[in-house]
Design a protein around this ligand. Structure first.
Ligand code: PEP
Ligand code: MG
Length: 310
């Protein structure tokens, strides 16, 4: 075998000077779970992917079996299981909220459970049982949270189900702005940059013509991420990123410089991100982050960060 250079990735994330960054995989199926073998664990298990074809709500036993099939290859590894994230844009027939004029702003994610808490209770029970069946080290998190009150409500339900590590996704500007209050009621947060960009820039993530606004290098998005990372650091609470942003090696270095503690991405992106982080010292990542934060736009942020990392 060819000798490994200093920049090679050996399966765990660290900067060149040894600052740890947990590198995790995003999954939605048993095949994804097997592909996640080289990762430190799973930062996002999108459970709605198990039921895209289901016309009726799967019972607790059926959900337990579906989750256990995905979790089986992950025994002993940390896995963050996200509760169902469905809405008019990502429809699950059994969770149909009816036609909505603005699906992205409608009853989606955790909101589906507000008037149907038993639906969420059944899912949490199935997740807890599957964790026991497989020996995966499971945490749960909720999608599409806007307030600390919602986060606390979810955390109470999860703990009642016996799941004692609970987080929420930060996907709305409200959740990012309320970071301190949010962090007080959960054990970790994970920033969904795909939706956080969409809601920050009022730009539908499905509209190709607006891709420039949904560019994760946008400095306004990076500033929201920085605020949360600072709040997390003050409290010692982990703040991860699980959107597409984490899969861009240069941006991964910037996120590390902002104080993000874990990056979760499609498994195929892990080697390039891991190798890239291993090339840069934390201070260089921090300098690149400062340069990107004060840029006038996404392209300028990208150029400035690359110059700082060169
Ligand atoms: C996100 O919004 O960044 C995210 C990871 O969730 P999803 O892509 O499933 O909406
Ligand atoms: Mg999302």
């Amino acid at each position: 075998a060819a000798p490994r250079s200093r920049g090679d990735w050996h399966g765990s994330g660290t900067t060149a000077d040894g600052h740890p960054v947990t590198l995790l995989a995003n999954i939605g199926s048993p095949a994804d779970a097997r592909a996640a073998g080289a990762a430190d664990g799973v930062g996002l298990f999108r459970t709605e992917f198990c039921f895209l074809a289901a016309t009726a709500e799967p019972g607790v036993a059926a959900q337990r079996a579906a989750y256990a099939e995905v979790l089986a290859p992950l025994r002993g590894k940390p896995v963050v299981v996200r509760t169902l994230d469905a809405g008019a844009d990502k429809p699950l027939p059994f969770l149909d909220s009816g036609a909505e004029p603005n699906p992205a702003l409608g009853v989606r994610g955790l909101r589906v459970a507000f008037d149907r808490p038993d639906l969420l209770r059944r899912q949490l029970d199935a997740i807890a049982a599957a964790a026991g069946d497989t020996g995966a080290d499971v945490s749960v998190m909720a999608p599409m949270v806007a307030t600390a009150e919602e986060a606390a409500w979810f955390a109470d339900l999860a703990r009642e189900a016996g799941l004692d590590r609970v987080g929420v996704m930060v996907e709305t500007p409200a959740a990012a702005l309320g970071g301190a209050a949010l962090l007080d009621v959960v054990d970790f947060v994970s920033i969904g940059t795909n939706d956080l960009a969409q809601y920050t820039f009022a730009a539908d993530r499905m509209t190709g013509a607006l891709a420039g606004l949904n560019d994760p290098w946008q400095p306004a998005l990076l500033r929201l991420i920085a605020m949360l990372a600072d709040a997390g650091r003050e409290r010692g609470t982990p703040v991860g990123v699980c959107g597409e942003a984490a899969a861009d090696p240069a941006l991964a270095a910037v996120l590390t410089g902002l104080g993000i503690t874990s990056l979760s991405m499609t498994a195929a992106a892990l080697p390039a991100v891991g190798a890239r982080l291993a090339r840069h010292a934390l201070a260089d990542c921090e300098q690149a982050a400062r340069a990107a934060l004060t840029a006038a736009g996404a392209d300028a942020a990208r150029t400035r960060a690359r110059d700082a990392l060169a």
